[in-house]
Design a protein around this ligand. Structure first.
Ligand code: NAI
Length: 286
């Protein structure tokens, strides 16, 4: 039987989540995605209207099929956690069962189990503020959406994952080196995510034979990255200074995720894997 993957954080065809879905689909996996509730309508309409057909094309000429799109807000673990104003918000009230616990239950009901879990989401409401200017709420919101969301996904999905399964998240070098502009506690959130990758690799490995890795990706002009505001500069910097002087494509990250999710990587867990044209290895730019 082919493997089944759930990819959280796909809402258009520009980001890493989409590219990972494509690489997994090309390798024969069945694709389920979790889409942020406020982005759900546009994404589903665009899918239905064929807006993504060109970018759904796989190397063999077929089109990637997304078996099911689940609404998801990874900031909420169960219905009791959802505040009244969110519940009644127009963009949320049209969908149901989108807390992490409910999505895992729905996937279990629909398909029984999964083999691959991908976390490709982040949010930091104060990302454009320096860390010194970040409020407590902004910092905690960044950690909640970008780091705890991974803990929560694992907590709820690992019980429906087949032994030997793999989980992958996306991180950024700003966790360990100073990247001015990656503010709002987002650098802190990525540091937490990388540390958690190790602890969760131990816990999920011992208990369920599940692997946990994270990809430290170079800059990509995604919707989220454009919102931060310095993405073009980061791409230019990488082109000028990385060992490999080429633009990074989302497919290169997608293919690494497919490798990490496959039996080829059966001894790799708790790792931060750099897919950044080698930029992380530089000490000074030349
Ligand atoms: P993206 O915009 O394609 O993906 C981010 C997704 O997160 C969006 O689909 C958004 O709807 C979703 N999201 C935000 N809050 C959510 C919530 N509460 N619940 C569920 N979904 C939520 O952008 P990108 O850049 O592909 O981001 C994917 C991952 O890659 C993120 O973890 C990001 O930090 C990471 N990354 C991105 C880099 C870049 O240069 N684009 C570099 C290194 C890492």
């Amino acid at each position: 039987r082919g493997k089944r993957a759930f990819i959280a954080g796909v809402a258009d065809d520009n980001g890493y989540g989409w590219a990972i879905a494509k690489s997994l689909a090309a390798a024969g996996a069945e694709i389920l995605v979790g889409t942020w509730v406020p982005a759900l309508n546009i994404f589903e309409n665009s899918l239905r209207r064929g807006k993504f057909d060109e970018s759904r094309a796989l190397p063999d000429g077929s089109l990637m099929e997304i078996t099911k799109v689940y609404p998801l807000d990874a900031v909420y673990d169960s219905p009791e956690d959802v505040p009244e104003d969110v519940k009644t918000n127009k963009r949320y009230s049209g969908s149901s069962n989108w807390t992490v616990k409910e999505v895992a239950e729905s996937v279990k009901q629909d398909f029984g189990s999964i083999d691959i879990l991908v976390h490709s989401l982040a949010n930091g409401p104060e990302v454009s503020k320096s860390l010194l200017e970040t409020s407590r709420n902004g910092y905690l919101a960044a950690i909640s959406a970008s780091s705890y969301s991974f803990v929560s996904l694992l907590k709820h999905f690992v019980p429906i994952m087949n032994p030997g399964g793999a989980t992958i998240s996306l991180t950024y070098i700003a966790s360990e080196r100073i990247i001015p502009g990656y503010g709002g506690g987002m650098s802190s959130a990525k540091a937490a995510l990388e540390s958690d990758t190790k602890v969760l690799a131990f816990e999920a490995g011992r208990k369920h034979k599940i692997r946990v890795n994270t990809i430290s990706a170079g800059p990509l002009r995604s919707r989220a990255a454009k919102a931060i505001g310095f993405i073009d500069m980061m791409i230019d910097y990488s082109m000028a200074n990385a060992p490999l002087q080429k633009e990074l494509s989302a497919e290169e990250v997608g293919d690494t995720a497919a490798f990490l999710a496959s039996p080829l990587a059966s001894a790799i867990t708790g790792a931060v894997v750099y897919v950044d044209n080698g930029l992380n290895a530089m000490g000074v730019g030349v």
